[in-house]
Design a protein around this ligand. Structure first.
Ligand code: HH2
Length: 286
């Protein structure tokens, strides 16, 4: 197993060094309807408590989202999304310097979040849904996560089809990197994500994780979110709240195949796994 080459990911004033150490991105869903934790952190005070728990658990980055993207989810208006995430981002920033990403596809939400101290835009549409998004990312020098999705959350799981899922996801992300660089985004701000579960069958998700090193070949950091997702339920027969062990197994595999950042709800457990896998990667590379 090759160790990962060192990569720099810039996000506003930050330079995140990736490769030697895998980063853990804690998920904070300020929504009533997220698939595994909907409604638990809609109250800003409870969201802040959860943020504190994730920071204490070892999170490297917190991903704050105000719109569920689960299959079938209804879109949320921008002003409602801002009302959900802004107080939480402000409260975290008031007491911690931890890097914060905002999980949104709307330029107005991203701009307000960046103004409040967020560092990264995590966009499940790879900055393609809102034409104003690339300019916001460029203006702030924000870090950006470009995720692949086939279709929209409302329809994406109806009948996803690919001739070659790994090649199509890689080519799509390579195309987005090139298009955004042409629009003035600095390539070192960009990270990529295969979008596990976003318009993909079990077989598609398995193929993407199996060949994840193909995405690492794009030369940008690879983010992977698989925590509690339904493909784990398909494999293990478990409900969302009981998929931690399956998710840790898949995430360990993803790191060995080149993932740099793991997006997870269970931060403490994921950090323990990451420490062990990172140690083993170093040993096997020497
Ligand atoms: N998955 C979800 C949401 N955002 N962002 C990235 N970059 N990668 C992912 O895999 C990803 C993501 C879905 O998970 P969750 O946020 O827990 O659920 P919901 O969308 O229902 O809020």
């Amino acid at each position: 197993m090759n160790d990962h080459p060192t990569l720099l990911w810039t996000a506003r004033r930050r330079r995140l060094e990736l490769g030697r150490r895998t980063l853990v991105m804690g998920v904070l869903n300020v929504t009533p309807d997220s698939f595994s934790d909907g409604g638990r952190f809609l109250d800003p005070a409870r969201a802040l408590e959860q943020a504190r728990r994730m920071i204490a658990g070892g999170a490297d980055l917190l991903d704050v989202g105000g719109e569920s993207t689960r299959p079938g989810a209804a879109p949320v208006p921008g002003d409602e999304e801002i009302r959900r995430v802004l107080p939480v981002i402000e409260a975290i920033r008031a007491e911690s310097d931890i890097p914060i990403s905002v999980d949104t596809a709307k330029a107005a939400v991203a701009a307000r979040a960046l103004e409040a101290g967020a560092d990264v835009i995590n966009d499940v549409t790879a900055l393609a849904a809102d034409p104003a998004m690339p300019a916001v990312a460029a203006r702030y020098g924000a870090g950006v996560i470009l995720m692949h999705m086939q279709g929209t959350p409302r329809t994406m799981q109806a009948d996803p089809r690919y001739a070659d899922v790994v090649r199509e996801v890689r080519d799509y992300l390579a195309g987005r990197i090139a298009a955004l660089a042409a629009q003035g985004l600095a390539p070192e701000t960009l990270a990529v994500d295969p979008g596990i579960g976003f318009g993909k069958t079990l077989e598609h998700n398995v193929a993407l994780l199996h060949d994840l090193d193909t995405l690492a070949g794009l030369g940008r950091p690879v983010v992977v979110g698989l925590s509690r997702k339904s493909f784990l339920g398909r494999i293990t027969g478990r409900e969302a709240g009981e998929r931690l062990a399956g998710g840790l197994g898949a995430a360990a595999w993803a790191i060995a195949r080149g993932a740099h950042v793991i997006r997870a709800h269970d931060v403490k457990e994921t950090c323990d796994m990451v420490r062990v896998v990172d140690m083993l990667r170093k040993e096997s590379a020497t």
